[in-house]
Design a binder for this molecule. Sequence first.
Ligand code: GLU
Length: 503
Amino acid sequence: MTKDIRVRFAPSPTGPLHIGGVRTALFNYLFAKKNKGTFVLRIEDTDQKRYVPGAEKYITDALEWCNIPYDEGPEKDGGFGPYRQSERKHLYKQYADQLIENGNAYYAFDTSESLDEHRKIHEANGKTFIYNWNNREELNNSLSLSEKDVNQRLQSGNPYVIRFKSPQNETLILNDEIRGEIKIDTNILDDKILFKSDGMPTYHLANIVDDHLMEITHVIRGEEWLPSLALHVLLYRSLDWEAPSFAHLPLILKPVGKGKLSKRDGDKMGFPVFPLQWNDPKTNDISSGYREDGYLPEAVINMLAFLGWNPGTEQELFSLSELINEFSLSRVNKAGAKFDPEKTKWFQQQHLQNLDTSIITSAFEKILNDKNIQTTVDLNTVVSMVKERAVFIDDLWDLTHFIFISPSEYDAKAVKKAWKDDTPTLMHELTRILDDISDFSSDNVSTIVKSWIKGKEIGFGKIMMPLRIALVGSLQGPDLFDIASLVGKEETIQRIENAIEVN
Ligand code: GLU
């Protein structure tokens, strides 16, 4: 029988979740759902010094907004809880002890001052100090000290850490689902701390203990954890546990230049690097978020899916359920993925077009309500008229405000171009034509006005441009007769009269 697929997203609540973290969560979610598995959220909060209040709530809110809910996690017990490492503290020490007993870990009593000293001496000789097989016998630990000495220190409360004893002269063959085989010479590994003097496990120990106890089958995480893979695999081996499969997702790179995408890139180029707005509780700084900037979660998810993955076809627009169907780790690249803010806007525009007009209309209604605008105009028609040109829902207001509010100013350039000496006379005449029309539908008004223009043997622009200025205030906007029909006969005539008076 094959095991049920279980994956986890394991963020540390040290601040807002970067979109790179959301991408990791998304790939875990897609992999779980594609394989009818379980997506677990585990909060890795063992480092109390870096804990930021509100960060966990931010993480769960962000996942909810993105529509990638976890099946198990804090407040959603699936039998493998608790899901916050701070609530699992009591679990870890026994495994560190087990590693000491079976000779794979040891107590180290070195003070930070003495380690600093060693570092300095090495640096002065152009070397790097690494705590491992090379020097562990000369340092202050249970491998170099007598058993009696060690016991005495432990009994007298001498502060200690527990370090992993990396094996010597071995070539590890690791496997990554995305990168394939990776060979590591164990002699380059350092003896990482597993258990700290404050009685808390380090990330490495807590992470593998929890992945084991939570029966995680696939660890899908960012490339920055690749250097820890050898240690993690060795820890599984030393505890006699079966290791999960590993997949390290490619880095997300800056839009221009080299290196990882950072908040600074976003600030400089004016795009968010966080899913939701974040108000830093310490500095009171506000960082922008995709949600508050008007992006649809569907667009953000689609954009993130393409950061490192592709379906192998030309298709770029995907709904979440299509992504679930298509997703596979074998189509994730190992090369870094360049973040492209313009492409993100393109995804946003495309997903907005795909939304049901009624959904856009109700969002638009809310915008009008917030602006205290009461109208009898058919909003579905208004939305259909301009939707194509909108990237964000908020754009609808910029594209249609003149339908709800009669222009009070006229674009000077447009007036200069289109408002001539004979314009007032022509416009007066036009109001009389319009006044006689009883069926004020766009098509009918268009036919009547156009045939009147033709009959006068003047250029269309001589009427259409000033009429546009009168109705819109500038030379922009959708079909003129659609606007006239929407605002109605009286208002159209009124606007023409206003324009004659002002220009
Ligand atoms: N807590 C780690 C982080 O913040 C998790 C790494 C992992 O997934 O193993 O990214």
